[in-house]
Design a protein around this ligand. Structure first.
Ligand code: NAD
Length: 315
């Protein structure tokens, strides 16, 4: 293992949910951390005061000035338009942020000789309703949303930049990440959506029968996977998940059980058209090659998340 210290690191999307936790950990390890974020879904209060923050879009020309002035050792590319439904409504907007923005980051990595890039990709949107569950990285990625197409496109570009320009990369395909700071406005974050509904005194609504399953991984575990990728420098694709399926009804029960003083009814609404039934990712590869596995049990992660929202909701 390569235990390099005090690197100069750029985190795109460092004001966001996953990016900001990553920044906190990198700073805790003594690294010099820079953030690019346009604050479209990210929040100023997430930004670690010890990080150097640049409010800009990853598509901007000014991104180059930052690369030019700072020889980054490593780039974590987490910035993205993350709303799958929005990508269907406006695929051009999605492609600008997620393909052209990503490409701008890669071009600068190449030009300014960054040693390594770690890309936040997705498992669920790439594998879809797979017939192999838990789904391994070798499963054919055939995305059926512009969001998934854009993630796969950047994965393909990474392979090209590595082969032709020697830019080392690790692709981390996350399952459904949850935890403190997750934006409850994002449709993916069912845990934070239910928590904020309950805190507001509103009724959480489960889509359809609530039998659709996902693989929920806690944000601190996702950060550890990013750190493992930085330290071990593997080139390739790794799922970051738990290999466990949980349905929305179970999430509702787990969240509700953290509000013993409230009587919360289990209410179901109409099913969402075309919603994926199952998503669960295999983690044999990351376990064997990076020694990573998720450490946070779902009930514990949800408790930590509820407590965070209880403390921070009023702010
Ligand atoms: N949360 C999940 O369950 C999940 C699952 C799979 C993959 N991912 C990926 O992980 C990454 C982080 O997601 P998150 O859940 O933390 O979402 P998030 O919305 O909290 O973080 C994304 C950040 O990127 C910033 N951003 C968006 N577009 C930008 C642009 N054009 N220029 C500069 N900054 C921009 C946002 O302001 C935000 O701070 C994303 O790439 C996402 O696709 C997340």
């Amino acid at each position: 293992m390569n235990n390099r210290k005090e690197e100069k690191i750029l985190v795109t999307g460092g004001a966001g949910f996953i990016g900001s936790h990553l920044v906190d950990t990198l700073i805790g390890e003594g690294h010099e951390v820079f953030i690019i974020d346009n604050l479209s879904t990210g929040q100023k209060q997430n930004i670690n005061p010890q990080a150097k923050f640049f409010e800009m879009d990853i598509q901007d020309q000014q991104v180059e000035d930052l690369f030019k002035a700072n020889a980054f050792d490593c780039v974590f590319h987490t910035a993205a338009q993350i709303n799958l439904r929005k990508s269907v409504e406006d695929p051009i907007f999605d492609a600008k942020a997620n393909i052209l923005g990503g490409l701008n980051i890669l071009e600068n990595c190449k030009k300014y000789k960054v040693k390594k890039i770690i890309f936040s990709s997705t498992g669920g949107a790439l594998y879809g309703d797979a017939d192999i569950v838990p789904t391994p990285e070798t499963y054919l990625a055939k995305p059926i949303s512009p969001y998934g197409v854009a993630k796969l496109t950047i994965e393909n570009y990474l392979h090209y930049y590595q082969q032709v320009f020697n830019l080392n990369y690790t692709i981390l395909r996350y399952a459904n990440v949850y935890g403190p700071r997750q934006n409850s406005l994002a449709e993916a974050g069912v845990v934070s959506i239910f928590i904020t509904k309950i805190l507001k005194g509103e009724q959480p609504v489960i889509n359809g029968e609530g039998k659709q399953t996902r693989d929920y991984v806690f944000v601190a575990d996702v950060v550890r996977a990013n750190l493992a990728a930085m330290k071990n420098e593997p080139i390739g694709i790794y799922n970051v998940a738990t290999e466990k399926q949980t349905d929305v009804n179970q999430i509702f029960q787990l969240v509700s059980s953290n509000f013993p003083d409230k009587k919360i009814e289990e209410k179901h609404g109409p099913a969402m058209l075309g919603e994926q039934k199952t998503s669960c990712l295999a983690i044999t590869k990351i376990k064997n090659e990076l020694g990573w596995q998720s450490e946070t049990a779902l009930a514990d992660g949800i408790k930590l998340t509820v407590n965070w929202f209880k403390e921070n909701y009023a702010k």
